[in-house]
Design a protein around this ligand. Structure first.
Ligand SMILES: [Zn+2]
Length: 429
């Protein structure tokens, strides 16, 4: 639907008071509605919300006068409204940081020097496991708040720095807790198959048997897992090892996704697509066969320019190949302490355009509609359409391209989450 939409049944009788209805008027809308041309732009638009759900979106002239007269009206003064942004790939819950090794590398230290000094993923595992759930929440909040201040309404958070059953569970408990202390929707991914802990060095199979699979059972029983993820790479887990993880997820009815083809082509994306994966992420080394398999399975490509930038990668993901194959593309920060210490989805949009030549429409869709698709949440959020959660971002911009074009500038005017205006900047505890 590209025209105006409304839920007639909600306002079926004149006697029904429209108490609790809020209408944002005098706005320019980028609805991102499916099937619409480009961003699904509506000039002179309005969005009406009741009980946290969008009940009308379209041209203000088509808004029922009765509805408008009884509602509380917010004049947007010509500002743009987009769906609330969605960061669909983060490792935002972790302890410590890796600034020291960043500094060492700039001063000429080798990878081995850094490892000897206790750097690398081992240091993040140690710092993460040293924190309680409350400690992990406190460590993550300043990063989460930075994203929310840019209009983010939905955030995916992975485990993967615990690498023990309790450590992985604590990360997921922290992710769930964040949703309770901030106005944001959190989606979790169980990523015990991220790296092999030192005590299992060279024994990936044993680690999967002893930790990854039983940990998944426990996390699932505690309702901590929305999806299961893995890192399929020469330095991490093989395609066959990830198959064991995915088979287990499948038996539990949990959707899967995969870090694939980041540093080499192992055929991980093709394997993930054979499980109907929600997404395959990174994809610098993806080949045409992998892209075709993803297109057929409806697996979304999640593009992560922050990691590409931070590790000085030169091989770019095959954007034109993904377009040609008809693969949907989302973009995300990949916020993590080692390879993408990035907490700006707006900058991620700019990087996707500048580094990979995504168009403005692709960048904005990638951080809204396609990110929702990558999380399996498209029925709930990601576009301005009737029946969806009223997650809106209102911007002080003249045209949507400004969201992608500027570097290090935040034009957010206000953020609406489930119909509620979030006042001011969130303050970290
Ligand atoms: Zn990642």
């Amino acid at each position: 639907m590209c025209g105006s939409e409304n839920l007639g049944s909600v306002f079926s009788t004149h006697s029904e008071a429209h108490t609790g209805v809020t209408v944002w008027t005098n706005a320019r809308l980028a609805t991102l509605a499916e099937g619409c041309e480009g961003l699904g732009v509506v000039e002179n638009g309005a969005v009406a919300v009741k009980d946290g759900v969008i009940v009308f979106v379209g041209a203000e002239a088509e808004l029922h006068a009765d509805l408008k007269s009884d509602a509380s009206i917010i004049d947007c003064e010509g500002r743009w409204i987009t769906p609330g942004l969605i960061d669909c790939h983060t490792h935002i819950v972790f302890g410590g940081d890796r600034a020291m090794e960043f500094e060492m590398q700039l001063e000429g230290a080798s990878y081995e020097d850094v490892a000897r000094a206790g750097g690398g993923i081992v240091s993040s595992v140690k710092a993460t496991n040293a924190l309680t759930v409350e400690g992990l929440v406190g460590a993550a909040l300043p990063r989460v708040d930075t994203l929310l201040a840019e209009g983010v309404s939905t955030l995916e958070i992975k485990s993967g720095y615990g690498l023990s059953i309790e450590g992985e569970l604590n990360m997921l408990r922290a992710a769930r807790a964040l949703e309770k202390v901030r106005p944001v929707r959190v989606v979790t991914s169980y990523l015990a198959a991220h790296a092999t802990p030192v005590e299992y060095k060279g024994r990936n199979g044993d680690y999967i048997t002893d930790i990854v699979l039983p940990g998944m059972d426990k996390a699932h029983a505690e309702d901590l897992v929305d999806a299961v993820d893995g890192f399929c790479e020469g330095i991490a887990f093989s395609v066959d090892e990830i198959r064991r993880v995915f088979d287990h997820a499948k038996a539990l009815g949990i959707p899967v996704k995969l870090h694939a083809e980041q540093l080499s082509n192992l055929g991980g994306a093709r394997m993930a697509a054979s499980y109907g994966a929600l997404s395959a992420d990174h994809l610098e080394y993806l080949d045409a066969e992998g892209a075709a398999a993803m297109a057929e399975a409806g697996t979304v490509a999640v593009i992560l320019p922050g990691a590409f930038y931070a590790i000085n990668e030169t091989r770019k993901p095959p954007i034109q190949g993904l377009r040609d194959a008809g693969v949907r593309m989302a973009i995300a920060t990949d916020c993590n302490p080692g390879t993408s210490p990035l907490t700006s989805l707006l900058l991620t949009m700019n990087m996707s355009a500048t580094l990979f030549r995504l168009t403005v429409d692709e960048c904005i869709a990638g951080a809204t509609r396609e990110a929702a698709r990558a999380l399996g949440l498209l029925a709930q959020t990601g576009t301005l359409e009737v029946g969806k959660s009223a997650d809106l971002a209102i911007w002080n911009i003249l045209r949507p391209a400004e969201l992608v074009y500027r570097i290090g500038f935040n034009p957010l005017h206000s953020r609406i989450f489930k119909g509620q205006t979030i006042e001011g900047q969130q303050v970290s505890v």
